[in-house]
Design a protein around this ligand. Structure first.
Ligand code: SF4
Ligand code: SF4
Length: 75
């Protein structure tokens, strides 16, 4: 069974520092237009073209540990 890459962002942990956006070589993370309870415009993941290679650099760079990268069986 093939696997689907998931990048899960905990929007309430995000402080909008932009490190993940800066370090993602695929340019598929961006600062969204919605803010969390603390008022930060949290990061969103948009990978319609399946560019994510699950390198997990975004998760490593996040000082708030707000990002999780994992693979899941495709339904
Ligand atoms: S896992 Fe890698 S390619 Fe995917 S969103 Fe994070 S930094 Fe970008
Ligand atoms: S690195 Fe973490 S805290 Fe910074 S913008 Fe990305 S998800 Fe938010």
């Amino acid at each position: 069974m093939s696997k689907e890459i998931k990048v899960k962002i905990d929007k309430e942990k995000c402080k909008s520092c932009g490190f993940c956006v800066l370090y993602c070589a695929k340019g598929i993370l961006f600062t969204g237009k919605k803010n969390n309870a603390k008022g930060f415009f949290y990061i969103e993941f948009d990978d319609k073209l399946n560019k994510c290679n699950s390198c997990a650099i975004c998760a490593l760079m996040c000082p708030e540990a707000a990002i999780e990268v994992f693979k899941e069986d495709k339904k």
